[in-house]
Design a binder for this molecule. Structure first.
Ligand code: P6P
Length: 338
């Protein structure tokens, strides 16, 4: 297969339907270059003295890993001077980062979880960077946090880079999902799959089973039915996976189907869920929908949720369409048949 680089793919997509204006193309190329840089840091591991925790906590109250901070800084420094962004927001920063006055301001807003799955860093399990792109609302006033509070349906680009056995960038601009694997010899991302499609049915679910006693009834019912296997109401056996790295679990689902659940649970009932809406659920939800899957919070489409705050959390059920519809139905109509 002829090697098509990310740059060539973006130029050709721009020519085809203008879906990738020059400034968005520049943004995506800069983010990809930053992910290459992060991949290199991740791959050095202990040799690069980048493992272990920093002596700080993030806005989520989570102890930050050294690589969390490195990845955040790489994305900020790579993107702030290009003239394509007005501001950035990150899981690792409490407030937004407005592009400094010494640089030109652009029309895009970039949100990211710089290194998702941090608990896996020190044990050499796949982790990743998740990103989401919005446009500045019209009007030429300054940028503030309120400009970021747009529903996921307003995204103009979304993707992730998984740092695993391969480093693979997965991207959508609203015309399907494409995957690019890093060719380390060439130093460029090469197209390996486009028009990614998730099977509507699956036999594989992903959830942290240790939280079972804390789940709400619809989730408990769904998982119990999966565990009942052939003899149960589903009439088939299921397999289970849980990497505890959303990027790795979602990449598996985009590659071979499956359903991922991180639902609300009773441990912190005041929180709608553990995962973050703006820079985890929205980009992953759009990717999954663009690949023919579905993404809800159990009650509504994730991309329709109107955010109230930057670091808002949400319950996440995403993946193979028929399974997500089933779990959502159990929430909306608990008496519905299996
Ligand atoms: P738990 C990683 O910290 C993360 O945000 C997601 O990537 C992952 O799916 C989830 O949390 C894992 O959570 O409670 O199973 O450790």
């Amino acid at each position: 297969m002829k090697k098509i680089s990310l740059s060539r793919y973006l130029v050709e997509q721009q020519r085809v339907d203008g879906r990738i204006p020059p400034q968005l193309r520049l943004l995506l190329e800069v983010v990809a270059r930053a992910c290459k840089h992060i991949s290199h840091s991740v791959n050095t591991g202990a040799l690069g003295e980048v493992l272990g925790t920093a002596s700080s906590e993030n806005v989520q109250g989570e102890v930050q890993k050294k690589l969390d901070i490195i990845a955040n800084e790489v994305l900020i420094e790579a993107n702030e001077w290009g003239g394509h962004l007005a501001a950035m927001a990150s899981e690792e920063m409490e407030g937004i980062y407005v592009v400094p006055n010494r640089y030109p301001q652009g029309e895009y807003l970039l949100l990211f979880d710089p290194l998702d799955g941090s608990s896996n860093i020190d044990v050499n399990v796949s982790i990743g960077t998740i990103f989401s792109v919005l446009k500045m609302p019209d009007g030429d006033r300054g940028v503030d946090e309120a400009d970021f509070l747009q529903a996921g349906s307003q995204q103009v680009a979304a993707g992730y880079c998984v740092y695993g056995p391969q480093t693979t960038l997965v991207l959508t601009v609203g015309d399907g999902v494409a995957m690019f694997t890093l060719d380390r010899e060439q130093g460029s991302f090469v197209l390996v799959q486009e028009n990614v499609m998730i099977p509507a049915d699956t036999k594989e679910f992903a959830i942290n089973m240790s939280n079972m006693r804390h789940w709400d009834a619809p989730v408990k019912r769904y998982v119990d039915e999966c565990l009942a296997g052939k003899e149960g109401p589903r009439g088939k056996d299921f397999n289970m996976r849980w990497v505890a790295s959303m990027v790795a679990d979602v990449h598996r689902i985009l590659t071979r189907g499956g359903i991922f659940l991180y639902p609300w649970d009773k441990r912190e009932p005041e929180k709608p869920g553990k995962l973050r809406l703006m820079y985890e659920a929205n980009p992953m939800g759009w990717l999954v929908e663009q690949a023919g899957g579905a993404a809800t919070n159990g009650h509504q489409r994730i991309l329709d949720i109107q955010p109230g705050k930057l670091h808002e959390r949400v319950s996440v059920i995403l993946g193979s369409k028929h399974e997500v519809e089933r779990v959502t139905r159990y929430h909306l109509d608990p008496s519905s048949p299996a």
